[in-house]
Design a protein around this ligand. Sequence first.
Ligand code: TV1
Ligand code: CA
Ligand code: ZN
Length: 380
Amino acid sequence: LFEFGASYTPRVSYHYNSRVSQYHYGVRHPMKPFRLMLTDHLVSRYGLHKVMDLYETRAATKEEVLAFHAQDYVDFLSHVAPENLNKLPRGSLEKFNIGDDCPIFQGLFEYSMLYAGASLDASRKLINGQSEIAINWSGGLHHAKKSNPSGFCYVNDIVLAILNLLRYHPRVLYIDIDLHHGDGVQEAFYTTDRVFTVSFHKYNGEFFPGTGDLDEIGCSRGKHFSLNVPLNDGIDDDSYINLFKSIIDPLVTSYKPTVIIQQCGADSLGHDRLGCFNLNIRAHGECVKFVKSFGIPMLCVGGGGYTPRNVSRLWTYETGILNDVLLPSDIPEDIPFREWFGPDYSLHPVLDDLYENKNSKKYLENIRIRCLENIKYLQG
Ligand code: TV1
Ligand code: CA
Ligand code: ZN
C-alpha cells in the first residue's frame, strides 16, 4: 500500500452489516445486494479494514425511520411478506407502488432497516467528531419517498441521515453521481436553504425517474438550492470530470457546507447493466477525491450499480481514495469469488468506448453556464 502524498489523512469509519448482502429482490431483478459482500471481501483483502474504524451496524428503529416516512407506509413495510400478500387490505399494493421495480421479498423490512441504520450510524460518527469521513456502501437509496418505495428503494437512508445531520449542521451539501436523478432527496429538501442538492444524471424526460431537468431549482426558501445536471448517453471521463469540478468547486466555495454527503452510485460506470455512460473507475473516483479535497466532513454512500464485479471494484477503489491509500491494480489472490474479476483480474478494467458520446462540447458548455448562473444566486 502506498500513500498518496500531500492531501490530509482523515479519520475514516466504515459502516456495514454483512446480513444486508443476503437479501434477494428476485432472480431477474438487477439490484443484487450480493455486490456488497463482494465489495467487503475486496476492501478487506486489500487491507483497508486495518486503516479504518469498522462498525457493525444495527438496524434502524421504526421511530428513527418515522422522522421522514409516513406511519402507514412504515406499518405496511413492517408487516408485509411474500406469504401474506393475499391477506393485505384491498388496493394496498397499488397504493404503495409495489411491483417489478419494488417487489415484496423475504426480509424486505430488515434489509431496509439495516441499510438505513448504517447511514444513521455514519451520520452520528460525523456529528460527534469521531469520524471525518464515514462510509456506507449499502446505503444511497435516493428514490424512496415519504409514503412509497420507488426505483428499488424502500427507505430513504440519505434523507434520514441528512435530517439527523441538520440537528447540528447549519448547511448540508448533497452530491449525487448515480446515473439516475436523486429525486427522493431533492423532493424532501426542495423548500429549504439548509440543504443544497445537486445530481448529475441521464435525462431525456423519459429515463427513470423522469425528473431532473435544469429548470428544477427548488422553491420558496429553497429556490436556487437544488441543482440538476442533465446528461445524454455516452459521457466520457474528461467531459464528466471537467463538468463536475467546474460546478462543485464554486458551489462549495459559495454555499460553504459544514458537511457533505456524496451518493456514489456505480451505474454511471461504462458497461453497467442498466447504464449508458462511459465512465472508468478512475474518473468516478476522481469525483470522490475532489470532494474529499475540500477537507469538509463527508458521508459517502453507495446507490445503484448493476454489474456487481465493477460495483465492488469501484467502491473498493473509492474506499482507498478516502483513506489516502493507492491500491495495486492486481486483484488480491485467494479472495472468495476471485473468478468474478477475470479475465483481467485488475481493479481497473477498461470500461470506456462502449457508447457513442451524445454530449457535444456545445451542449456541455451550455449546461455548465446555466449551472454556474444558478450558483451565482447563492452569494446574493
Ligand atoms: C424485475 C426484473 C425488475 C427485471 C427492473 C430498469 C426489473 C428493471 C428488471 C429496471 C429491469 C428500471 C423503470 C418502468 C418505471 C420503471 C438504487 C414503469 C432491465 C438507485 C431504478 C431504476 C434505479 C428503475 C435505482 C427503472 C438507482 N430500470 N429489469 N427498472 N416504468 N424503472 O424504468 O437510482 O440506481 O431492467
Ligand atoms: Ca445522479
Ligand atoms: Zn441509479
